[in-house]
Design a binder for this molecule. Structure first.
Ligand code: HUE
Length: 100
């Protein structure tokens, strides 16, 4: 039931296993290994956007990922960090729970 899932999730740093296209992006941002916490996935995706200079220097919440592997994965040319829904959809498609 929901409360069980909630307890499990809160109880331990859940490891997730990115599918290969996402794993390659995380590794390009310096990630080691092939399982991560969700927090680490978000951190490395942020680093990737910074390193690849995909955000707009003036409107820094805007990410222009068309033509980059990240855009391929998201199926988007651009997105705002203020609307994370496309990101969560991509993560749902590209992360599997890793056995602890
Ligand atoms: C709150 C957080 C966030 C986290 C998840 C989501 Cl679904 C939305 C939003 N966030 C807020 N702005 C950013 C951001 C903006 C532009 C460039 C890079 C990151 C982020 C993102 C982080 C992150 O780990 N953020 C740490 C602090 N950030 C502040 C912004 N800082 C930079 C902003 C651009 C100028 C230089 C500093 C970098 C560190 N990870 C992300 C991964 C993606 Cl796919 C998209 C965005 C982010």
């Amino acid at each position: 039931a929901a409360e069980n899932t909630c307890r499990i999730t809160l109880g331990q740093a859940h490891q997730v296993r990115p599918r290969l296209p996402l794993l390659r992006i995380l590794q390009a941002a310096g990630a080691q290994g092939d399982t991560f916490t969700l927090k680490e996935v978000m951190h490395y995706l942020g680093q990737y956007i910074m390193v690849r200079q995909l955000y707009d220097k003036r409107q820094q919440h805007m990410v222009y990922c068309g033509g980059d592997e990240l855009g391929e994965l998201l199926g988007l040319e651009s997105f705002s960090v203020k609307d994370p829904s496309p990101l969560y959809d991509m993560l749902k498609r590209n992360l599997t729970a890793a056995a602890l």
